[in-house]
Structure formats: structure tokens, C-alpha cells
Design a protein around this ligand. Structure first.
Ligand code: ZN
Length: 353
């Protein structure tokens, strides 16, 4: 036994004797509103999911798993537009119309075109006619995407307004991700709770790079939500600030057309069980279930365990921070809203019989 131990070698085993009530299937039907099933060639995505190409290699097997786990429908946020949208619809929605939905994108990089707003409002309408049931906005808007002059395009750039308005007119929600976990914007030193994760993915670290501060894209997103009260916005990852539920609550109080999904934030919610339970109960009409992870038994098991049970101090399946989580034992009516009722209310054509 050495006297000094490196942090990376420290793998303590808990002495707690606890029970595991991981549900074999969800208590109520589930709609996974935040997922990615697209055909990805980009390197960073290859590293994350199954080596590139279609994220789901065997669609029928995934539907089988969904049946087993009581997942009624998975929303594929990788629709893009034009041919990409058609391919995604053909692969998922056409063979399984009740089991998958697809959201379309806008090409923000074209913002310099004099007719940008009109062109992409029309394109969105075309996408909806083709079968898209919502629009997805990636975090690159507000963090990376630049116009021709090299200037960062802000989320609330007025040139984008016609697209947000079009979504409202078409009656589809906008699922929008702005910014990233707050610790990604902090110095990577001994105080950063996501040290392990950021060492694994140094490209996720924003501190000291030429990009906005943590709050800037989120605040810009909220200005868009305020400007477009007739458009429903589903803000991904608990408005990107699950670490501060009081702040998220204030935003939900202020903007009735604002909703949030819980994708990739089960670790944040489960490590503050009292606050999270109160939050999810109070805002049960405004929160949607999502995972952001291609459907698999382990991930769904962890989410259902956290939302449904009173289990204590368990692993949440990600290496975001060195903590464990607790079950929130949400009441049935809250679970039903978060699992599927809110999604059915927001996404046209989506229903659970
Ligand atoms: Zn995502």
C-alpha cells in the first residue's frame, strides 16, 4: 500500500448496503423526446456512438427494446432538411409511424443571405409537410456558428426571427440547446467537479477559448422565447442549468411557452433529490422526459429508477462528476405528465393510446 494515491487510481467501493429496485419497464408509457438516431460521419460523433453511420444499426431490435421497456416513441433530433430529412423519415417514421418522430433543422450558416428568414421559414414548412414534427437547434448556434464576416451568430440575432415565428405558425415545438454544463466554462483545476470528464474530452472545455461565457447563449435563448410567445420552446438539458433549479424555476415562471427536457441531466437531478422532486412536482406540466442516449436497457433503467423509486446512492451511468444519485419517487400524475402527456400536448400528431 502506497502512501500517496493518484486521483485516477481512487475507486472506492461503497460499504452501504442498499436495495436496487430498477424497474424492468417504465410504470407508464414513455416518450423519449431528446434522442439522436441520425447518420453521423463526423469524428466526434463516431467516438460517442457506435463508430459512425446510423446511430441505430437495427431499427427493429430497438423497437423490440422499446416495447420491453414501455417506451412508446423516440424522437430523432437528427432530421436536418431535404435528403437527410427524407432518409431519416424513411428509416424510422415510415416503417414505424407511431414509434418515432423526427425533428428538422435550419442552416444558420446561411444567415448572410438577404432572404435567409423567408427561405428557411419556407424550408421548415416543407420539412413539416414531409413529416417533421418539430425543429431542433443545436448548441453550435450561439457557441460556434459564424457568419461570413466571422462574427458569432447569437441565438437572438434578429435575422433568425422569421424561423422562430414560422415554427409557431406551423404549430411545431422548437427543441433548443444553448450553452453547456457550467463547469465546462470553469478553469480546469482541482476545483472543477467535471475534471475527469473534461480530461476525457478536452474539446468540450470552453474556458479560455474564443467563445461566449456560460450564461450568454442561455440568456439569448430566453430573449427569443420572450419575443415569440406563440412558439413553444423545449429547452434541452433543463435549460442547460440543472445545477441551479431555482434559476430554472424563475425562467419557467416568467415564460409560459417555455418547457424543458431532462436529457443527460439525470445525474444533476438525482444528486439533489429534495430540490429535484419539488421542482419536477411543481413544474410537472413543463418538463419532458428525454435521455440524449441511443435507446438501451441500462440508460432507461437508470432514468426510471431515479424518477420512480426511493433507491439511494446509485451510479448514474456517466462520468460527469464523482457523485451518485438518489431516487425521486415521483407521484403517478407527475410521472405521467413528464413521461408522455406533455410531449403529446406539444408535438402535433403524437399520441399515446
Ligand atoms: Zn442532444
Amino acid at each position: 500500500m502506497s502512501e500517496d494515491l493518484l486521483l485516477r487510481d481512487f475507486k472506492p467501493k461503497t460499504a452501504l448496503v442498499t436495495e436496487d429496485h430498477t424497474p424492468q419497464r417504465a410504470k407508464f408509457p414513455v416518450i423519449d423526446i431528446h434522442n439522436h438516431l441520425g447518420n453521423w460521419d463526423e469524428e466526434w460523433f463516431q467516438g460517442l456512438y457506435n463508430g459512425g453511420g446510423w446511430v441505430i444499426k437495427d431499427v427493429a431490435a430497438t423497437v423490440g427494446l422499446m416495447d420491453e421497456m414501455n417506451v412508446r416513441s423516440v424522437n430523432n433530433l437528427d432530421g436536418g432538411w431535404g435528403d437527410q430529412l427524407r432518409e431519416n423519415l424513411e428509416r424510422y417514421k415510415q416503417p414505424y409511424p407511431d414509434r418515432f418522430t423526427v425533428f428538422a433543422w435550419t442552416d444558420w450558416g446561411e444567415v448572410d443571405l438577404p432572404n435567409f428568414g423567408e427561405k428557411w421559414a419556407k424550408e421548415l414548412e416543407k420539412s413539416v409537410r414531409a413529416g417533421a414534427q418539430g425543429m431542433k437547434v443545436f448548441k453550435t448556434l450561439g457557441l460556434n456558428t459564424r457568419d461570413k464576416a466571422g462574427k458569432l451568430i447569437k441565438v437572438d440575432d434578429p435575422r433568425l426571427d422569421p424561423v422562430w415565428a414560422a415554427a409557431g405558425e406551423l404549430g411545431i415545438p422548437v427543441l433548443i440547446h444553448s450553452s453547456d454544463p457550467v463547469a465546462f466554462f470553469w478553469p480546469l483545476d482541482e476545483t472543477n467537479e467535471r475534471w475527469d470528464e473534461l480530461h476525457e474530452h478536452p474539446d468540450w472545455h470552453f474556458y479560455g477559448k474564443d467563445c461566449p461565457q456560460f450564461m450568454e447563449p442561455i440568456e439569448a435563448q430566453l430573449r427569443v422565447v420572450a419575443r415569440h410567445p406563440k412558439t413553444n420552446f423545449i429547452s434541452a438539458h433543463v435549460l442547460s442549468y440543472a445545477e441551479n433549479l431555482r434559476w430554472v424555476s424563475a425562467a419557467l415562471d416568467k415564460y409560459p411557452n417555455l418547457y424543458v427536457d431532462i436529457g443527460e441531466r439525470i445525474g444533476e437531478l438525482g444528486r439533489q433529490p429534495y430540490a429535484a422532486r419539488a421542482f419536477l412536482t411543481k413544474y410537472a406540466d413543463r418538463v419532458l422526459f428525454g435521455t440524449d442516449i441511443p435507446s438501451n436497457r441500462t440508460t432507461y433503467g437508470i432514468y426510471f429508477r431515479c424518477l420512480e423509486t426511493m433507491d439511494e446512492y446509485f451510479d448514474y451511468g456517466r462520468s460527469q462528476g464523482r457523485y451518485r444519485i438518489y431516487g425521486l419517487y415521483l407521484p403517478d400524475d407527475v410521472l405521467q405528465k413528464i413521461y408522455y402527456k406533455n410531449a403529446c400536448k406539444l408535438v402535433p400528431g403524437l399520441k399515446v393510446e
